[in-house]
Design a protein around this ligand. Sequence first.
Ligand code: ZN
Length: 483
Amino acid sequence: MAGQDERRITKVTKFRILKPVPPLTWEELGKLLRDVRYRVFRLANLIVSEAYLNFHMFRTGQSEDFKTAKPGELSKRLRQMLLEEMEKKKIKDASEQLNRFSKINALPDTVAGALSQYKIRAVTNANKWRQVIRGDASLPTFRRDMAIPIRCDKPYQRRLEKHQPGDVEVELMICAKPYPRVVLATRRDKIGDGQFAVLQKLLENKDQSTDGYRQRYFEIKQEKFTGKWHLFVTYDFPALHRQKPDPKTIVGVDVGVSVPLYVALNKGHARLGWRHFAGVGHRIRSLRNQLDARRRNMQRAGRADLSSETAGAGHGRKRKLQPIEKLQGRIQKSYSTLNHQLSKSVVEFALNHGAGAIQMEDLEGLKDVLRGTFIGARWRYHQLQQFIEYKAKEVGIVVRKVNPAHTSRRCSKCGFINSDFDRAYRDAHRTEKGSAKFLCPECEYEADADYNAARNIATLEIAKKIAVQCKRQGIALPEGKAL
Ligand SMILES: [Zn+2]
């Protein structure tokens, strides 16, 4: 068993690919990436089918053991397949195109290796195939827009490097030399403080020493909506880099308007905001929009249907309803995924900052408080709180629920309660990005409203402090804990 000091934590961070390094153009790079991705997608599905076949032969006694597919071997066959397909389609210079990869394989070792090691490993074990053969699981398939995995953990493989002042470049080992070289978007004002710090630690540890932050593998993925390419860097670091939990360091969790959650510490300026949850947030918004559009369509179609002979016919209507139910199911599922990500991030944030406690709002018996927030529904928030509680418990962090009364109106700097900063004001002053700015009339402190509220929730004995302040200002403490 590995000792405590050998335990490592694995995380992922992503950078946008800003531009290719000349003479490579965006057009060439884009074509190359799409081409590699296509091969990756074909190879991934080949590996899965081959593994399925091998297991089947093993089960029926036609082979003595179950061997998982060899990606190198399949990559060779894939090259042959691609050549034949290109010839059939009469694509000129087919072999010329394939030379960009290698004479033998359709994909270089760094990609084929990463594919089998990091993407396929989970589906090429005997248990998985037992489930597939029994019909308890379906054959896993990869989509054409899948990420391109690249190994970067071996000494000769390429990793992030600092090139010009401020510029971080990397050579993508996705084809034969010369490897395409790209600049990543790493400008200080474009990435968060946390990500910037991680990047410095990755760049520092050039020889991949086990004492530091190591780059494990890359993935290149194209964002569906914008078409932009990103490099995902999976890295690990020793668990010991974390500070010991201090009961006086408290993390406050507030349900955000502009973001699903806003998380802040009672000291320093660290926070978790929109950047962390933008991905799932985007997905949920898009699903919601699709659902709205579908509903509008349904209404229109429904009205037309009523005037027709088959109006009210059960089957047709049910079939038309299905996509809506499906969409709703996907939205629920996305929220659960979001809750898992959120709770994991909150607990990791607490661990990384040495916090000994997490404080959240006690919404028991409150009505309507989630209106206008991203989470929106009570059961979802309840689920989120449960996830946070059990994940925090596992690592010895205390979770406390606090009375949320006035936590949105209190100035987290001086404690003054800004009564004017009520629901109506906040709704009226929402910015395009989300929540209104909190302004303290007493000390002129100005902050994002979600951040200010999270900061208050992170305060030790916040309910008591608010009660004292209310008395001082002659404000009645609302009995129903209204916000
Ligand atoms: Zn103030």
